[in-house]
Design a protein around this ligand. Structure first.
Ligand SMILES: CO[C@H](O)c1c[n+]2c([nH]1)[C@H](O)[C@@H](O)[C@H](O)[C@H]2CO
Length: 444
């Protein structure tokens, strides 16, 4: 196997609410996920992020684990409400200090910090003011981002504004499965627009003082028509516009996909030229989260996108019900290059939830996860060979962690976490990934 490009960054990814625990420690304010998780009936097995992986207290041990595995980068998110407990205004220095210590620990171990500013956990105090439905949210976010830029820029050289605005709006405002748990078609495009305005405002703020790189992380699920019928082709266009183009088109092209008028109907209002200009800020990279594809058919009853995903005979499906389809990663990366140009890309999430075997004698055998990683890294190499400028790969995830409203039922980690003892145990996939990193991909 030919090596990956020199300078290619091998790492892993997590997010604050999913691993840190101690959500209200040291002056932190509650986030919408703390509020959501403590609302009866919303979380599987009534799980919360109160402890999670106890990373807030164990971060030095987890950094040592990353070092042992040879990680070159670590993508993590900052909890906004640790930094600004009320969302704006008063800075909680103890919160800033935690992330400063984490960054210093990473750098002392030769691991590059890759910081996500927003991975879904808005301060509850701002949700009380309308959250992403309030146009002031762009200014709130830029204020929060600027506090972190001042505190950490220079030691942090890669910043991502948002993680997956599609999930924030589809899960948090349309279907209600994620915080803040709204189910409102009219709110959804409003939240989308304000999230992207916030992205643009944070990028503009960064350009005032920042000396390094800032980008946007999106989830992409390539859509393939179930048939060549006009209905299925139109459905595939709607699904592509709704999930894959809805955020990248404004950010990269300064326009919205026209199919969104059809998807949202009377809930849709065109973006103003000022908003489009404010969102389309030059960025240094795109982060792509890839897990699966969707073979798509027309389904008039499936409000509001009116599409359905067709299960594929003979395919392997993960514990989250996702088809394993590595070719979709190749197709996604080539599509990004063709549609948005040659912007540097990072695979900021890729991984799999499996029904893992138990830990035995300090080991956990997960051959299927190894095969998932191998297939997707081969696909990644194929896309790079085809000329796509991919500069790094972050496996999701370092640790088995809180899978949002699914609780701890879905294990994505390459490291097993014992829920009772918090003991970390390397899975075989961690050893495999470590060999891939050490060989710069040649061991694939
Ligand atoms: C629908 O978006 C992606 O499939 C996606 C998958 N995932 C994500 N986005 C999120 O960024 C993580 O917080 C999840 O833990 C992770 C695993 O579910």
């Amino acid at each position: 196997m030919a090596a990956f490009p020199s300078g290619f960054l091998w790492g892993c990814a997590t997010s604050a609410y999913q691993i840190e625990g101690s959500p209200l420690a040291d002056g932190a304010g509650p986030s919408i996920w703390h509020r959501f998780a403590h609302t009866p009936g919303l979380m599987r097995d009534a799980e919360t992020g109160d402890i999670a992986c106890d990373h807030y207290r164990r971060f030095k041990d987890d950094v040592a684990l990353m070092k042992r595995l040879g990680m070159q980068a670590y993508r993590f998110s900052v909890s906004w409400s640790r930094i600004l407990p009320d969302g704006t205004g008063r800075v909680n220095q103890a919160g800033v200090d935690f992330y400063s210590r984490l960054v210093d620990e990473l750098r002392a171990n030769g691991i590059e910090p890759f910081v996500t500013l927003y991975h879904w956990d808005m301060p509850a105090a701002l949700d009380d003011k309308g959250g992403w439905l309030n146009r002031d949210s762009a200014e709130w976010f830029a204020e929060y981002a600027s506090v972190l830029f001042r505190a950490l820029d220079g030691r942090v050289t890669k910043w991502a504004t948002l993680n997956e605005p599609w999930v924030v709006t589809d899960g948090g405002y349309l279907f209600g499965a994620l915080a803040p748990g709204h189910r409102n078609l009219f709110e959804t495009p409003i939240a989308s627009r304000n999230l992207m305005r916030a992205h643009g405002a944070a990028v503009r703020a960064y350009r005032e003082t920042g000396r390094h790189e800032i980008g946007l992380v999106v989830n992409i699920e390539p859509k393939y028509p179930a048939s060549e019928s006009p209905e299925d082709l139109a459905a595939t266009r709607r699904a592509t516009a709704y999930m894959n183009e809805q955020y990248l088109d404004p950010a990269m092209l300064g326009r919205c996909p026209p199919e969104l008028r059809d998807v949202f109907g009377e809930a849709w209002t065109d973006w103003s030229d000022d908003d489009l200009a404010a969102v389309r800020q030059p960025i240094d990279f795109l982060g792509i989260n890839y897990y699966t594809r969707a073979v798509t058919r027309d389904d008039p009853a499936a409000w509001p996108v009116r599409t359905a995903t067709v299960r594929q005979d003979g395919a392997f499906y993960t514990e989250t019900g996702w088809e394993v389809y590595p070719q979709g990663l190749v197709d996604t990366l080539v599509w990004i290059k063709q549609r948005y140009g040659d912007i540097p890309l990072y695979i900021t999430e890729n991984g799999v939830a499996l029904a893992d075997a138990p830990v035995e004698n300090g080991r956990l055998h997960d051959p299927q996860r190894i095969e998932y990683l191998r297939q997707h890294l081969l696909a990644l190499h194929q896309a790079i060979a085809a000329g796509v400028d991919v500069r790094g790969y972050m496996v999701w995830s370092l640790l088995d962690n809180l899978e949002w409203s699914l609780g701890f039922s879905k294990r994505f980690g390459i490291v097993h976490v014992d829920r009772q003892t918090q003991e970390r145990t390397l899975k075989d996939s961690a050893e495999y990934y470590s060999r891939i990193i050490a060989s710069h991909g040649r061991a694939l």
